[in-house]
Design a protein around this ligand. Structure first.
Ligand code: SF4
Length: 200
């Protein structure tokens, strides 16, 4: 028999696994309807949200923990579907940046709805629960990043630019050293293009 603590640890892990499976199912469903694979959807969504200096094959390989060869194949397929184009490199001419075509942007608008099913349920939670859950998930991602399980965190709390609680007691006690912006807990960022962690 497991102890109470072990039991709740296992239940949280099982609940997260179930959510991951539900998310995968929703993504597959959307992918099938649009004639795309799940990784093609994730790459299009990523390229829609990040600045061009983070839109090279090597950036995608790090973000999705794939080999450059796998990413290159996927990118070629998306180019053949007229959803992506290769642009010039930024400092390294050999390394092209990738950009969405008009058709690619229209596609992203359609596929971005795949997360709505879960997001609508989250919207029903009370605000304190939402903040607690958000901070818990950010901490969990950060610790997995610290342990080297994932390559990128893209979170304020994992970022070298993050100045935690520099104004204790204020509504916005934290500061981004990169932009100078003050932040409350709720305003902590996930998916920030400028996150710097010593590993990236
Ligand atoms: S650079 Fe981005 S991730 Fe880092 S502290 Fe600033 S907003 Fe947060």
């Amino acid at each position: 028999l497991s102890s109470g603590k072990d039991d709740i640890d296992r239940k949280i892990t099982s609940a997260m696994e179930k959510l991951i499976n539900i998310q995968r199912m929703l993504l597959w469903d959307k992918a099938k309807k649009e004639g795309l694979s799940p990784i093609q959807i994730q790459i299009l969504t990523y390229l829609n949200g990040y600045p061009k200096e983070l839109c090279r094959v090597s950036d995608l390989a790090v973000e999705f923990d794939l080999t450059k060869a796998t990413v290159s194949d996927t990118v070629s397929t998306l180019i053949n579907k007229d959803l992506l184009v290769r642009g010039p490199g930024i400092d390294d001419r050999r390394s092209h940046t990738l950009a969405l075509t008009h058709e690619g942007k229209v596609m992203v608008r359609r596929i971005s709805k795949w997360t709505d099913t879960i997001q609508k349920k989250i919207a029903l939670l009370n605000e304190d629960d939402k903040s607690r859950i958000m901070l818990f998930l950010m901490q969990l991602i950060k610790s997995l990043h610290d342990d080297g399980v994932i390559n990128t965190a893209r979170l304020c709390i994992a970022c070298d630019n993050f100045e935690k609680n520099i104004h204790p007691g204020d509504d916005r006690p934290h500061r981004c050293g990169f932009t100078g912006k003050l932040m409350s807990d709720r305003e902590l960022t996930i998916g920030c293009a400028y996150c710097k962690t010593g590993k990236n």
